[in-house]
Design a protein around this ligand. Structure first.
Ligand SMILES: C[S@@+](CC[C@H](N)C(=O)[O-])C[C@H]1O[C@@H](n2cnc3c(N)ncnc32)[C@H](O)[C@@H]1O
Length: 433
């Protein structure tokens, strides 16, 4: 069980015990602090149980727990807006990517579409529309949808979006907590953890998921690596501040790579664990994973930030009320998949979408739309997704694929006997007609 579960069930008395038990040397949970109304406690409650001993990570983790359960966040009326909420074309092209990979992998008779952190469900809805439009191509394939979502509020919104609200809770002994049938007739299941999704040939999707997971922050000092932690500012009541750990912490010892050259580093161990799980599943059962997020390839240093009402927000003020996020380090994800799957990318969003045929799709939609307002909206959303100054350059696509998808296993022995493997769409031009 996670800390989240633990905090919901334990009594206040036990909570205080727990609070003290993790106080060793850590400034946030200093026993000297009056527990009831201190900002640390308010923050702790807002972050819903991430241990202060993990320093900044519990604060950044509020996106998957307290923040999402309380505010929901995604969409024009929320704190931030994501690509699928901007344009239907985004999800449609991702739907085409899965069909293209399914064909390149020999059209297996069944696959699971597994989305991590589906938000309002918009992306899955756009993908399912493509699957429906290409029903003749997929007619012999048994498709099911599996959504990994921790937020009860968002899973309800997804259920309405995808099934019209026709869902039922699953019996206790089933790994899914809810199930239903999509408006297009495909079975859908909800889980809290990727480990609960049944094994099987799967296409995974993580769009703006990894950036929502908690990070650790580190700083190189003359005395070696130190962890950036959260403390109560003794000068200003009810105000949090960042401090450096006085000595090395378990995290500095475990998460800093020996070859690290940067002076400030952010590491998201939970992302590493999830990528390892995805890679193991793909290696064993087949499939592919598409990850899309803002991020870098092991070069950036300080990216932890908050958003509230579409504006930058101080991560230390009013915790639990803002969307907190950090850029995804794709070089770290690549390391975590190493040995199990091949990886492609990161490639910039505008290159990926261009390769997937966004220009052609835009032209078709423009021709089919009768009114000026719709055409303006289509052009505006295209600009948001593709403009290098907007989302075009800072968002990246990254894929995990079985090794044999990129190279024939016995290619070295008999290179001439094998037909060339089709290029992976998005990272190359889409060949599917
Ligand atoms: C930024 S939203 C992305 C939404 C959607 N993919 C989109 O692009 O519109 C992050 C999503 O991840 C979910 N989430 C955050 N942490 C999670 C976790 N540890 N496990 C499963 N879902 C999580 C949130 O509840 C939310 O649905």
């Amino acid at each position: 069980p996670s800390y989240l579960d633990a905090c919901e069930v334990v009594s206040l008395k036990d909570r205080r015990l727990w609070w003290r038990s993790c106080s060793e040397g850590h400034p946030v949970c200093s026993p000297a602090e009056p527990a009831e109304l201190s900002p640390a406690r308010a923050c702790y409650r807002a972050a819903r149980g991430k241990p202060p001993a993990l320093g900044i990570s519990w604060l950044s983790g509020n996106r998957g727990s307290g923040y999402y359960t309380r505010r929901g966040g995604v969409g024009e009326s929320g704190d931030f807006i994501t690509s699928p909420e901007i344009s239907q074309v985004f999800g449609e092209l991702i739907g085409i990517w899965y069909i293209s990979e399914w064909m390149a992998m020999g059209k297996p008779s069944t696959f699971q579409l597994v989305e991590l952190g589906p938000g309002r469900g918009t992306l899955t809805e756009d993908i399912l529309r493509v699957f429906q439009q290409l029903a003749s191509v997929l007619s012999k394939c048994d498709v099911s949808v599996h959504l990994v979502e921790v937020s009860p509020k968002l899973s309800e919104i997804q259920a309405v979006m995808l099934t019209g609200g026709k869902v039922q809770p699953s019996p206790e002994d089933e790994s899914a907590y809810m199930k239903g049938i999509s408006k297009t007739g495909i079975p859908i299941f909800w889980y809290r953890d990727i480990q609960d999704v049944p094994p099987g040939y799967s296409f995974y999707l993580a769009h703006e998921f990894f950036d929502a997971l908690p990070i650790h922050k580190f700083q190189r000092t003359e005395k070696g690596w130190r962890e950036v932690l959260v403390d109560i500012d003794p000068e200003v009541p009810d105000q949090l501040r960042f401090v450096l750990s006085p000595s090395r912490t378990p995290a500095t010892q475990n998460f800093i790579q020996p070859e690290e050259t940067r002076d400030h580093v952010e590491v998201c161990p939970e992302a590493g664990v999830i990528v390892q799980r995805l890679a193991s599943r793909i290696e064993k059962d087949g499939g592919a994973a598409l990850v899309a997020d803002y991020g870098h390839d092991g070069t950036k240093t300080d990216t932890f930030r908050g958003f509230r009402n579409h504006k930058l927000h101080d991560v230390l003020s009013a915790p639990g009320t803002a969307d907190l996020t950090a850029d995804v380090d794709f070089s770290y994800l690549r390391k975590m998949a190493r040995g199990k799957t091949a990886t492609l990318g990161p490639i910039k969003q505008r290159e990926f979408l261009k390769n997937m045929g966004i220009d052609l799709r835009l032209q078709v939609l423009l021709q089919n739309s009768g009114d000026t307002a719709t055409r303006e909206q289509l052009l505006h959303s295209y600009d948001m997704l593709m403009n290098p100054e907007k989302m075009g350059d800072c968002f990246n696509f990254f894929a995990l694929l079985p090794h044999q998808r990129l190279a024939h296993p016995d290619k070295k022995d008999k290179p001439e006997s094998k037909s060339p493997l089709p290029p992976v769409a998005g990272f190359n031009e889409l060949l599917l007609k």
